[in-house]
Design a protein around this ligand. Structure first.
Ligand SMILES: CCCCCCCCCC(=O)SCCNC(=O)CCNC(=O)[C@H](O)C(C)(C)COP(=O)(O)OP(=O)(O)OC[C@H]1O[C@@H](n2cnc3c(N)ncnc32)[C@H](O)[C@@H]1OP(=O)(O)O
Length: 253
C-alpha cells in the first residue's frame, strides 16, 4: 500500500493534491477510559490535511515578465471552442508543493520516510520572490516541458548574477519533472551544462526541456535556458535520467 502511494507521486503530479481525512485501522484494542495516542490517531489530526500551498501560482513578487509568460502558457491549458465550450488545451500547469511525500501519502508514512522538517530544496525559502519563483508547464503531445523562473536575490553567484548551482538546480528540476512525466520514477544520472551567458539576478528566464530519446531504463532530455523573450541563450544542457523502482526510493536507494 505504501509503495502504491508513493508510485502515485509520479503519476502526472495529480496525486499531489491532499487526500481527504481517512480513518486508520487500529490493530491494538484501545483501553477503555484511557485517551491513548492510538485512539487519538484513529482520525488523523486536521493539520495533516490542511490545503497545501501551491507554489506555482502567481504571487505579489512576480514581475511583469513572469506574469506575462505565466499567462501565455496558462491561457493554453484550457481552450474555448466555438459555442463557448471549454476543453483541455495543449499545455498543463504542474502544481508544486514544498513537501512531496506528505501530500502523496496523506502524511501517514511521512515520519517513516523522511524527517518531518524536510522541504523541497527549491521551495524552502518562505519570503516570496527571494529565491526560486517558478512554474512548470507540460505539453505531452510535443513531449516538451517549460519552466518559467524568476531568480531572486538569494540566488546570487557572481555579483549581480545567478549562481551556477542555482541554474543547475533549475535545469535538474525542469528536466527531472519532465523525465518523470515521460518515464515514471527516475533519478538524475548525468547532467551536463554549458553556461553561455550569465543570468542577471532578478530576471525571468525560460527553461525548455525536450525529449531526446528513450532507451530501456534511460531517458535522455535536452534543456535550453533563454531570456524571457527568447533572444539570448543563457545555458544549454543534456541530462540522462535512469528509471528506478519505487521500492528503491522507499529503501532509501
Ligand atoms: C515528482 C518530483 C519531481 C521532482 C523533480 C526534481 C528532479 C530532481 C532529480 C534529482 O536531483 S535525483 C538526485 C541526484 N541523483 C542521484 O542522486 C542519483 C545517484 N545515482 C543512482 O542512484 C544510480 O547510479 C542510478 C539510479 C542513476 C543508476 O543506477 P541503476 O543501478 O538503476 O542503473 P544501472 O546500473 O542498472 O544502469 C542502467 C543504465 O543506465 C546507465 N547509467 C547509469 N548511470 C549512468 C551515468 N551516471 N552515466 C551514464 N550512464 C549511466 C548504465 O550504463 C545502464 O545503461 P545500459 O542499460 O545501456 O547498460
Amino acid at each position: 500500500m505504501m509503495a502504491a502511494s508513493v508510485r502515485a507521486t509520479f503519476r502526472l503530479f495529480q496525486p499531489l493534491r491532499p487526500v481527504p481525512p481517512m480513518r486508520i485501522p487500529l490493530r491494538q484494542p484501545t483501553v477503555p477510559g484511557r485517551t491513548t495516542v492510538a485512539r487519538t490517531m484513529g482520525v488523523l489530526p486536521l493539520p495533516f490535511f490542511s490545503k497545501p500551498r501551491d507554489f506555482s501560482l502567481p504571487n505579489s513578487s512576480w514581475g511583469p515578465e513572469m506574469v506575462r509568460l505565466y499567462e501565455h502558457y496558462n491561457s493554453q491549458c484550457e481552450v474555448e471552442r466555438e459555442g463557448g465550450e471549454k476543453q483541455k488545451g495543449p499545455w498543463k500547469r504542474l502544481p508544486s508543493y514544498n513537501r512531496v511525500l506528505k501530500y502523496a501519502t496523506g502524511g501517514v508514512y511521512l515520519s517513516k520516510l523522511i524527517q518531518s522538517k524536510a522541504r523541497l530544496f527549491t521551495r524552502n525559502i518562505k519570503e516570496p520572490g527571494a529565491s526560486f519563483e517558478y512554474v512548470l508547464f507540460d505539453n505531452s503531445e510535443e513531449q516538451k516541458c517549460v519552466g518559467i523562473l524568476q531568480a531572486g536575490h538569494l540566488l546570487e553567484g557572481p555579483p549581480g548574477f545567478v549562481h551556477g548551482g542555482a541554474i543547475a538546480t533549475m535545469i535538474d528540476t525542469v528536466t527531472g519533472a519532465h523525465a518523470t512525466l515521460l518515464s515514471g520514477p527516475v533519478m538524475t544520472a548525468n547532467l551536463n551544462i554549458n553556461y553561455r551567458s550569465p543570468i542577471p539576478l532578478g530576471s525571468t528566464v525560460v527553461l525548455e526541456s525536450c525529449l531526446d530519446k528513450k532507451e530501456d531504463k534511460k531517458t535522455f532530455v535536452t534543456c535550453k535556458v533563454t531570456s524571457s523573450n527568447g533572444s539570448k541563450l543563457h545555458s544549454e544542457a543534456t541530462a540522462l535520467f535512469v528509471s528506478i523502482s519505487v521500492c528503491k526510493i522507499l529503501d532509501g536507494v
